[in-house]
Design a protein around this ligand. Structure first.
Ligand SMILES: NC(=O)C1=CN([C@@H]2O[C@H](COP(=O)(O)OP(=O)(O)OC[C@H]3O[C@@H](n4cnc5c(N)ncnc54)[C@H](O)[C@@H]3O)[C@@H](O)[C@H]2O)C=CC1
Ligand SMILES: O=C(O)[C@H](O)CS(=O)(=O)O
Length: 492
């Protein structure tokens, strides 16, 4: 049997290092193996394993372990933390195939995309290993005699990390590597749909030398674990990636203890093609931005706006590419679009498509006959702002095309939602490039590209798309406090 025919129930048999597959939680260096709740293969809805249903008491124990580990971890030199992170990075590369297999088994994305995510996730570990050695404070010339003033960068403390199912490896490393580099300790709650990628990272973290208690990983019902994490005064920071609805709920729960917060939330990215765009580049960019992870990405193009002069040529070219997409199990050799994460995701996609068709949109691609776990990649034309998918994140492989006439009209539509994460536009007019790019009310702009995700660049949104930035130089500041140290009594 070839690998993609092998039932996922035998996941350990598919791994070169079966020890990476843990059906456990990690608290203070102890692996608690319990088969409380199933974890499903999204392609078949059959179990691939189980996970513990961690209790409020176990969450409290993880917080206490992180607090106890904080003293020694923050005392490590920046160079020592950097070395441990570089070992973690190398171990991720050495085990990339196994990490990708685990990721595809629980999340469903094609293996090739999963491997790409592992390398993307590892790039954050390398980036913050390098950043760890540049956490410099600064000395301030005192305005009065006899005093020296130091601005010192110190770790925030115990951090709660809550991550989504769509990038179950990279969303962990983008947060955790930054916090570890800063000298913080962590309690991680991965999505209950995709716990195993986080747990495999925990195994490799131990091997890299991350001490017991520094990295704790809890699995189970999110509301139980979340309530304890957000209420604890010991937890000084929350970093969350997920829906705006849950992000706002967690922010409300954190308010009584005034935690430092990083929120990377929902998006509704406009993808705008002007008449003077390079058609091939625009189609390539739309494929990259719209269909990455089957459209289950917060920076995916959610609305495609095409100027009248290029509209028909663009629709024809895009529809041809979408019709050719291979839909199937992520384990399939040539799969390009895997299953959606769950029935709720499929339901939201179907609701958006049916609403659009009922309000006059038309299919520009052929309808596929798929099982319930899969969404039909499609192009819809004649889309208007009256339709649900224009105002909500579809999070699926649906490319809705709006026709527009003027730059002003496109900008009004682009900025006309509560979200402000990513936006893309294609033009060869350099004056428009700066004028329009600066006018977009978002945190991430792609000009003549559909990819805006690199560890080196700040990642985050404005308005209802979140707070703070991850990656880049800004990312580590989210895990640091600045202490002004006034050194007096220095009069000669
Ligand atoms: N901005 C982004 O990157 C993402 C956006 N989304 C959006 O959210 C929609 C729903 O996707 P979900 O995975 O259901 O996102 P979600 O926001 O419900 O889940 C994200 C994380 O929050 C946790 N969570 C959920 N309720 C919680 C609670 N009461 N307390 C503590 N933690 C809680 C989940 O277990 C998961 O770890 C998607 O359709 C998409 O529109 C989802 C994932 C990522
Ligand atoms: O949550 C997401 O969808 C990710 O932040 C998108 S990316 O950083 O992997 O592009």
């Amino acid at each position: 049997m070839t690998v993609h025919d092998t039932p996922i129930a035998n996941l350990r048999d598919l791994l070169a290092d079966p020890d990476l597959f843990r059906e456990a939680a990690l608290i203070n260096g102890d692996w608690l193996t319990r088969a409380d709740l199933p974890v499903l293969n999204p392609a078949t809805d059959s179990p691939i394993g189980h996970m513990p249903d961690c209790t409020a008491e176990e969450t409290t124990a993880a917080i206490a372990a992180a607090e106890a580990a904080m003293t020694a971890w923050r005392k490590r030199t920046h160079a020592e933390r950097a070395d441990i992170l570089m070992r973690w990075y190398q171990l991720m590369l050495d085990h990339a195939d196994d990490l990708a297999m685990i990721l595809t088994a629980e999340q469903g994305k094609p293996l090739a995309e999963a491997k790409g995510e592992i390398l993307y996730g590892a790039s954050f570990v390398r980036w913050f290993a390098e950043e760890a050695r540049r956490i410099n404070g600064y000395i301030i010339p005192s305005p009065v005699a006899g005093k020296k003033i130091f601005a010192m960068k110190e770790p925030v403390g115990v951090c709660a990390i809550i991550t989504p199912w769509n990038f179950p490896n990279a969303m962990i490393t983008r947060k955790v590597a930054s916090g570890l580099a800063a000298g913080c300790t962590m309690v991680i709650k991965p999505s209950d749909f995709t716990p195993y990628s986080a747990l495999a990272l925990g195994v490799l973290g131990e091997r890299a030398g991350i001490p017991a208690g520094v990295l704790n990983i809890l699995t189970g019902r999110p509301e139980v674990i979340g309530a304890t994490l957000t209420a604890s005064p010991v937890v000084r920071k929350l970093s969350f990636t997920g829906s705006t609805r849950i992000g706002a709920l967690l922010a409300e729960q954190c308010a009584p203890t005034l935690k430092k917060m990083s929120l990377e939330l929902g998006g509704n990215a406009p993808f705008i093609v002007f008449d003077d765009a390079d058609l091939d580049a625009a189609v390539e960019g739309a494929m990259a931005s719209k269909f990455r992870n089957g459209g289950q990405t917060c920076v995916c193009a959610n609305r495609i706006l095409v100027q009248s002069g290029i509209h028909d040529a663009f629709v024809a070219a895009l529809a041809k590419r979408v019709d050719a997409l291979k839909v199937g199990s992520g384990m399939g050799d040539d799969t390009q679009i895997g299953p959606m994460i769950n029935a709720a995701a499929i339901g939201k996609i179907n609701t958006h498509v049916e609403d659009a068709l009922s309000k006059g949109a038309q299919r520009a691609t052929a309808k596929r006959d798929l099982t319930v776990q899969f969404a039909d990649p499609m192009v819809l034309t004649g889309v208007t702002t009256e339709m649900q998918l224009a105002n909500e994140e579809t999070f699926g492989p649906v490319a809705p095309i709006f026709r527009f006439e003027t730059e002003e009209e496109a900008l009004a539509i682009a900025n006309g939602t509560p979200f402000g994460l990513a936006a893309y536009f294609f033009t060869t007019d350099m004056a428009r490039a700066f004028r329009f790019g600066e006018a977009l009310d978002v945190g991430l702009v792609g000009l003549n590209t559909g990819v805006v995700s690199h560890a080196e660049a700040p990642f985050g949104g404005v308005k209802s798309s979140g707070l703070g930035r991850e990656g880049a130089r800004e990312g580590i500041e989210e895990y640091l406090e600045t202490k002004a140290f006034h050194f007096g009594g220095l009069d000669a």
